[in-house]
Design a protein around this ligand. Sequence first.
Ligand code: FNR
Length: 184
Amino acid sequence: MSGSSRRGSVNQKLLDRVAAGARDAGALVTAVRLADYDMPIYDGDLEQERGVPDGARAFQAAVAEHDALLIATPEHNGGYTALLKNAVDWLSRPLADGRTGVSLLSGKTAALVSASPGVLGGIRSQTALRIVLEKLGVIVLPQSMALGGAYDAFDQDGRLKDPVTDGVVRNIGRDLARLVGRLG
Ligand code: FNR
């Protein structure tokens, strides 16, 4: 999943390259678009009165049936996006089977990447997201990529113009697939 729903999102492009590496390593990867799920901004009153909304429930179900997450996060004002935070907050809410206080993310693994036109490549958004995911029990892969100058980094086929960087990014997907395999 990407924390950007923008057409032409560089984070989506970067995510696609990580996913390609995971697929090459034998993983079954599902592309999830956060904007496709009808998830209102989390509101405790809304949840109490009407329960977890159907869109958030569907998103929980989609994540629950996977072992790992590949996440590309844009950086907005030094943090990660509201779209992504809202999705994570709904993921952490009571599950369809009535369980509460249990994060469905607990025990899953994740790889984080970020892309930005700036020089730091959105690294601050990754740091912030890593803390939140680890709080929810996610094992976050140490390997990551913060891609700076991202508006000029991809060719017309969606690959990174620099083949070395393209290989490093694909290897993140490969390493996550291997870790999932090792953990069983
Ligand atoms: C940005 N952008 C940005 N970039 C960055 O490196 N650090 C930052 O703190 C911010 N802050 C920020 C705030 C807001 C409100 C916007 C709209 C943008 C620029 C951002 O990296 C750029 O828009 C990317 O293109 C976003 O990623 P996607 O949508 O292309 O994946």
